[in-house]
Design a protein around this ligand. Structure first.
Ligand SMILES: Cc1ncc(COP(=O)(O)O)c(C=O)c1O
Length: 1009
């Protein structure tokens, strides 16, 4: 039929609306596959959707849809759903005659306002959970509803999806393999699938049919719309459809599906049998989708939209194909609160009835007890990762321990989160960024090389391989057991290859028979001789690479597939280690630590280990640290750690005794400084350094007045707070004290002066401060500033400002202090110290944070003149300042900066990062300014009128944490993201940072200003 003849104009729609429903509204066209749809807007009301059918439309179908909506309205009081509006004659379906004389059915439904799911970014777990909840509620509301139209044949019904078999020829060979595998799985499951519960369900919760609340930070699904695909089918198909679309665009679609299933189950209880079919049902919905696209492509080869919509379906289908169906089903069971592996309980009951002995597993070793060692991420026994990686050292430590506990077998832990697997080889990029496999699924027993391992019960060999070399197990053997109706497997890793290859798959091993002999490193892949013993309730088709460690997000699933092996040895069980929950830590802090100590992030994290540019939490998850300029040469840099440990083992005392370390540190620093700055006082913190610097100013000038920058921060001690506008002008502060003069933040982006002459104008502000002091009959003591003002928001001083300000201060008899607590030691790339960027030489430089790489050491360096003035006869004694341990550490830091060329790295990586950030600011105008030097950068978030956007900045930092990247915010308006990572930060790290900044900058909340 001629489309133009059928078309209804918006004017006609408005007339029809008025005539049939006596409603006046403004109509606009909406897309529709079958009906002609109009959005009807009415001021201050949600409005309507007017649906005008084609002349040939099946009235049964319309009747079904209207009755269904009415049924939902009656039974689903907790649901938001379109409501059927009666016409003025009380009909739910009215009709008109169009210009060509055709009868056209007309329906009016209430409008459900909101955004569609496909427009929502990001799609978080909480959002997908609410999607599941809404779909479940809808299915609940539809229980008991019947209509003959619901029994129709329908291509989008998963139950009827085998029609797609006819179109297999449309696909490439790889695609064919995927689709036909799913066809086979679906066909093979038909017997039990056909018996699953059926009811009428919505059947089309795709992301364009789901309405989401307006909240941009925690949006939830409000309603499903468009009931046109409703059908009577297996209920699990409805769950599958909600999943099939909402899991697109995720690296791990199974993980993305779990909240949906959980949400559905929360409002409509799913059955275990249904969950067993969910994996294939999801696959079949995707198979329908790609088959439909392939057919449509032939019909409309030029339609680019078809290609666009087909791509994500294929992407997810390919990823889905990689997931083992049983693993998916165990995961679905776990998320719904069922016992994850169906055999878990049976196994545990059987195991608890049988008390085996370790001497049965190792008959040549007559020991029954175990001595547990701690290999967890936070293990002090392991110590530094460099040492853990030293196989000889590890072996030695084990032998020493064995001598101390000769009657016990050394063993280590089931479900232990291990830092040993924190190398990138164990990483994947999941839905939350980088994730590491860390949770150990077996038990390790350390025993002499060649110790024989014997079978605890009868079994059949299912794997016997040489898994040495780059793999982790050495000689690996897996046995299958049937014990009193329970089927399970035992895995033995790290054996000699020869002892394992004596067996072949299918061989029957009798209880007590020798299975293997322990191998030695490096043949067995890692460490000293030890057996990795693991129980599996399923092999999930793994042959030689069954995981021995799991991702922590999947741990509840894995611990069900691999139960605790010590269940077999009740008398020798390893007692679970006590861990303190983060919540307990927080509660204790609240009671016993000062309330003014803050915690980072909405959900605080506990870090237990550092490694280079990464911090590692107690589960072994690595976070890329872009915040910590204290860990200057990298967290737990081995050279620095060793320097401290070695000196600590010899002597640590105060500087009243002679020791070469203090001199050596002074020499190291002198190498980096201008000749004039050559006298040192070593202290313990940046605050103490500035405190001392101000004492020196007072001693040298006899004046108390200090000039400092607005929003400057110089430490937590009394005098430091008095000169820190960041503090006294902030919360809880009482403004500048009498002897402090503050000049405006020399910011050329949003500060008082931003023109070419800003440097002079800000210098004039310093002069004004001098005038103020002098007008009170006093004179200036000192001038303190950072070369890049960090707490002020990484504000770079305008070129020439410092020179002019120094000149004015010195002319008035004052002393100039450069606070290099944040910026020093090569961080700024071009120069070792920040003041060197400005061609000035201060009288005093204060050095802090980076000097000890986390160890408390700081320094004040000054000119001979200032030092002489300070040495007025009163002894300067500092119990800890300049002690041999601290000095050894600081010297190692400085040497590392030099040897590892970290200043050059800061310049190279910093320049690259700044360039990339500048590109990002072109893409996202919210980034108003990119500034800083080397690896000391900042980006400022503002709207078009340069108003600060603090909420967006906090959001960005919090979201980056969700992807494993730590960032901090600062600045007077809390709208600057600071980037000041350990100096070992690489170009790859910078690329990763930019990748996630870009991803999050495009999220809805970041666009809402
Ligand atoms: C510029 C500046 N000076 C001084 C300090 C005080 O150092 P500390 O915390 O080591 O006492 C800080 C600390 O953040 C700082 O940023």
């Amino acid at each position: 039929m001629n489309y133009d003849a059928l078309k209804i104009t918006t004017q006609q729609a408005e007339d029809i609306l008025f005539k049939l429903f006596n409603i006046k509204g403004k109509a606009s066209e909406l897309p529709g596959e079958v009906d002609f749809n109009f959005r009807i807007k009415i001021e201050n009301e949600e409005g309507y959707i007017l649906k005008i059918s084609r002349p040939d439309e099946d009235e049964n179908c319309l009747d079904f849809q209207q009755k269904l909506l009415q049924y939902v309205a009656k039974n689903g009081s907790n649901l938001i759903a379109p409501k059927v509006i009666h016409d003025t004659n009380g009909n739910t379906i009215s009709s008109i005659t169009d210009a060509s004389g055709n009868k056209r059915n007309v329906r009016l439904l209430s409008w459900v306002s909101g955004r569609v799911l496909s427009d929502v970014n990001p799609q978080l777990d909480s959002l997908r959970f609410s999607l599941g909840e809404q779909c479940g509620l809808l299915t609940q509301a539809l229980q008991g509803f019947a209509h003959k139209e619901a029994e129709r044949g329908f291509v989008w019904d998963v139950a009827q999806s085998l029609w797609t078999k006819e179109y297999l020829h449309l696909f490439s060979s790889e695609e064919k393999e995927i689709i036909s595998t799913f066809h086979q799985q679906f066909e093979a499951a038909q017997h039990s699938y056909s018996k699953l519960r059926k009811s009428i369900v919505h059947n089309d919760a795709n992301d364009n049919n789901v309405i989401v609340s307006a909240d941009l930070i925690n949006p939830i699904v409000k309603a499903a719309i468009d009931y046109g695909d409703a059908i009577k089918t297996q209920i699990v198909n409805d769950v599958a459809i909600a999943c099939a679309y909402a899991i697109m665009h995720h690296n791990d679609p199974l993980e993305a599906a779990l909240p949906i299933v959980k949400g559905y189950h929360a409002t409509f209880k799913l059955q275990e049998e249904e969950l067993a079919h969910l994996y294939v049902a999801i696959a079949m919905r995707l198979v329908i989708s790609v088959t439909k696209s392939a057919i449509n492509k032939i019909k409309e080869p030029d339609n680019e939209y078809l290609l666009i919509s087909e791509k994500p379906a294929w992407e997810v289908l390919k990823k889905w194909f990689q997931i083992h169906p049983e693993f998916a089903s165990i995961s679905f069971r776990e998320t719904c609160g069922f016992q994850a592996h169906p055999m878990q309980q049976q196994f545990e009951t059987w195991a608890s009835k049988n008390d085996f002995s370790l001497s049965e597993l190792f008959p040549s070793i007559d020991k029954k007890e175990v001595y547990r060692i701690d290999l967890s991420v936070s293990s002090k026994w392991i110590g530094h990762l460099e040492e853990a990686a030293n196989l000889d050292l590890f072996q030695f430590k084990i032998e020493q321990l064995q001598k101390e506990h000769p009657e016990k077998i050394i063993a280590a832990g089931y479900l232990e989160p291990r830092s040993l697997y924190t190398s990138t080889a164990y990483d994947k990029i999941g839905n939350h960024g980088r994730e590491s496999r860390t949770i150990h699924l077996g038990i390790d027993y350390w025993l002499p090389v060649n110790t024989p391992v014997h079978a605890l019960f009868d079994g059949e060999v299912v794997t016997a391989v040489n898994d040495a070399g780059d793999k982790e197990y050495g000689g690996l053997i897996i046995l299958k057991h049937h014990e009193e109706g329970v089927i399970f497997f035992t895995l033995y890793g790290h054996n000699t290859v020869d002892s394992v290859l004596k067996h072949h798959v299918g061989k029957i091993i009798k209880k007590g028979e020798k299975i293997a002999e322990l191998g030695n490193y490096p043949e067995n892949g890692n460490w000293a001789p030890h057996l990795h013993f693991q129980i599996l309730l399923s092999t999930l088709n793994y042959v030689d690479d069954f995981p021995g460690v799991a991702y922590y997000r999947q741990i509840d699933v894995w611990k069900s597939i691999c139960p605790d092996p010590t269940l077999l040895f009740a008398s020798e069980a390893l007692q679970p280690r006590k861990t303190v929950s983060n919540n307990d830590l927080i509660q204790y802090r609240k009671q016993h630590l000062g309330k003014s100590l803050s915690l980072q992030y909405k959900t605080p994290i506990k870090m237990v280990r550092g490694a280079g540019q990464y911090l590692i939490d107690q589960l072994g998850q690595k976070y890329l640290d872009t915040v910590n300029n204290v860990a200057h040469v990298g967290h737990e840099n081995y050279t620095v750690v060793k320097a401290g440990q070695n000196q600590m083992a010899l002597i640590n005392t105060n500087s009243r005794y002679l020791h070469e370390n203090i001199n050596e540190l002074a020499k190291e620093l002198i190498e980096t400084l201008p000749l004039e700055l050559n006298v040192f006082h070593f202290v313990n913190s940046g605050s103490e350094a500035n405190e001392l610097a101000i004492r020196m100013v007072k001693a040298a000038t006899g004046e108390k007045d200090i000039i400092a920058s607005e929003v400057g921060y110089h430490g937590n001690a009394n005098t430091c707070i008095d000169i820190s506008s960041y503090k006294f002008d902030g919360k809880g502060g009482h403004g500048a004290p009498e002897h402090t003069q503050i000049f405006p933040l020399p910011d050329t982006f949003r500060g008082r002066y931003s023109d070419n002459d800003a440097a002079s104008k800000y210098a004039k502000e310093v002069e004004k401060c001098i005038d103020n002091i002098q007008q009170k009959g006093r004179n200036v003591g000192g001038f303190i500033i950072e070369p890049i003002i960090s707490c002020g928001g990484q504000v770079e001083l305008p070129k020439g400002f410092l020179e002019k300000a120094y000149k004015a201060v010195r002319k008035a008899g004052g002393i100039c202090i450069s606070d290099e607590v944040q910026t020093g030691c090569g961080r700024l790339g071009k120069t070792f110290w920040g003041f060197q960027l400005h061609d000035v030489i201060p009288d005093i430089v204060t050095i802090g944070k980076p000097l000890g790489n986390g160890h408390p050491i700081a320094a004040v360096v000054c000119t001979q003149k200032v030092a002489d003035a300070f040495a007025n006869g009163m002894e300067y004694f500092n119990t800890f300042g300049g002690n041999p341990v601290s000095c050894a550490i600081a010297t190692a830091v400085l040497k590392t900066v030099e040897q590892e060329k970290l200043q050059e790295n800061a310049l190279k990586v910093g320049t690259f990062l700044k360039l990339e950030l500048n590109h990002l600011s072109k893409e996202f105008p919210i980034i108003g300014d990119v500034r800083g030097q080397g690896l000391f950068l900042g980006i400022e978030l503002v709207d078009a009128n340069l108003n600060p956007l603090a909420a967006q900045t906090a959001y960005l930092a919090n979201r980056m944490k969700d992807y494993g990247i730590l960032m901090s915010t600062d600045g007077p308006d809390h709208n600057v993201l600071k980037i000041k990572p350990p100096m070992v930060f690489t170009k790859e790290n910078a690329k990763e940072l930019i990748f996630y900044l870009r991803k999050i900058a495009s999220e809805d909340f970041m666009q809402s200003f």
